[in-house]
Write a protein that binds this ligand. Sequence first.
Ligand SMILES: [Zn+2]
Ligand SMILES: [Zn+2]
Length: 307
Amino acid sequence: MPCQNRRREPRAWRIAARPAQPANHYRLLVPVDLHTHSTYSDGTMSPTSVVERAIAAGLSTIALTDHDCFEGLEEAGRAAAGRIDFVPGVELSVDWDGRAMHLLGYWIGDGPGPLQDALVEIRESRATRNVDIVEALRGMGIAITLEEVLEEAGHGVIGRPHIAAVLCRHGAAEDIRDAFDRYLGTGRPAYRPRKRLLAADAVALARESGGVTSVAHPHTVAESAEGYREVFGAVAALGVEGIECHYVDYSPDLRRQLASWADDLGVIPTGGSDYHGAYKPGIEVGVGRGDLAVPDEIVERLEDRRP
Ligand SMILES: [Zn+2]
Ligand SMILES: [Zn+2]
């Protein structure tokens, strides 16, 4: 599904396909969810089930935003076809001034494109990183092999916890924590930094790929609640189209406050449940913990900013 080249549906069709709105000043709120995960990253539900849950919740639009991967989009798009508006998305792990930031990308599909190609490169560099870590450990006299690590990881993405488990089996560490403290943690002898896209580059690549971006759960890059406003100004300067103000973990009051700050900056307040299925119990697609209601007008506003 090469979405980045897909032409936008004509606006008139899109609006006609939505539920009729009352012809007065009041517009019924039809919620949307622009932040969900499936089994293609760290969720427990298939893309089809995420879409089914969105339909059952009465949403007008659902986005699937797996971490650094596009593989679930085709299935989700098929499940959504003709039943609910679907926005192909992704959640990127990027580096913002040395801080780990999550950036949501929308209308970036599974196919060749500047951002997609950059992610392939990063995935390859992660594979090399594991080889480098194993080599470093072997250089320290610990005779573990890459094969053992691959076996430990099974079909999943290989990470340091798998290497830590192998270290424990070799008696080189008492437990996972000890393995990180001695060898694998930041600054420890077998630590190798993970390559990440810089936030500004990710924003530019997303645009070149026909998409828009929004800073996910901004509390993860703000020092404190008071720091939000300052952080909003700084992230807006990156050129993002949105900031995720209607986030599942925020109170309705905080969501409103954040949305008004985003609006002041000309940035669109996006939102979603960050649904992960059983990995984040108590959170449901669309409604979050019961009090989430992301207004559908943000989808049109985001779409208007597509390059
Ligand atoms: Zn995230
Ligand atoms: Zn997420």
